[in-house]
Design a protein. Sequence first.
Length: 300
Amino acid sequence: MTVAIVAPAFVYMPLWAAASEGLFRDEGLDVTIEVAGGTTHGVTERLLDGRAQIGIGTPEGVLLDGSGDLVIIAGHANRAALSLVAQPRFRNVGELRGARFGVASLTEGTAYILREMLAQRGLHDGDYALLEVGTHPVRWEALKAGTLDAALQLVPFNYMAEDAGFAILAQAYDDVPDYAFTTVNVRRSWAGAQPAIVEAFLRALLRGTAWIYDHPAASVRVAASASGVPEAYVERAVREFVDRRVVARDLSLSRAGLAKVEETLAHAGATRAADADRAIDLRALERARASLAQLSRSTS
């Protein structure tokens, strides 16, 4: 199967762990991880056209989809590990009026979180420009080139920016503490026909998540290999992932975080095509948890 992701971002450490530690192989799965073209809506598009069977991307893509076929089957990153990075000349968010902000998509993910953070400081649509430039590695290059004034940056690119002299003006942890940043999404029609495969994938991802929490030092090796980021920054990113509980160990979906997604969609004037309750089906996750618990009891 193909699993689509937005970018080689550190929220995907459980997926990388499941692949590198042979956890997918243990479940009889042959998994290819595909970066979906550097945009958040790329994951949604790959799910809809069948290029990917599973997507770990934004819940906005599910909620805004009009087909009715997309569904969230597990939580993933329930916290947005994002910092607002700006050119060194900016001393506070108020000075960013008229600025050019880079986002991965105008209709999913960082665009909504950024709008929320700016609104809390008195900046609203029309006070700034949002440019769809791509994911955080692309935004980092644009920041360094000076073609963007500011952008939200995931760990550890925020650390890299700070060391390079850029200004860190706000943290999503503080401004939007509950936000379903990424979720595990599938086509309902495909998952309904492949329940055993879906459950096996979720078992492997659950084990990969637990592995990150239980083996943070070894996780540095895995994440450095997958991301190409220097290990000094990777170590900080792994520590933040674990300390902040970015991905719930049991892949719980934050209902408060999903409610915040719905709220930000409404504030931005986006029209939801799917009701949140109808867009969620956690039964495969419950079966995966139960089977792992049964295995643990039988081997203890």
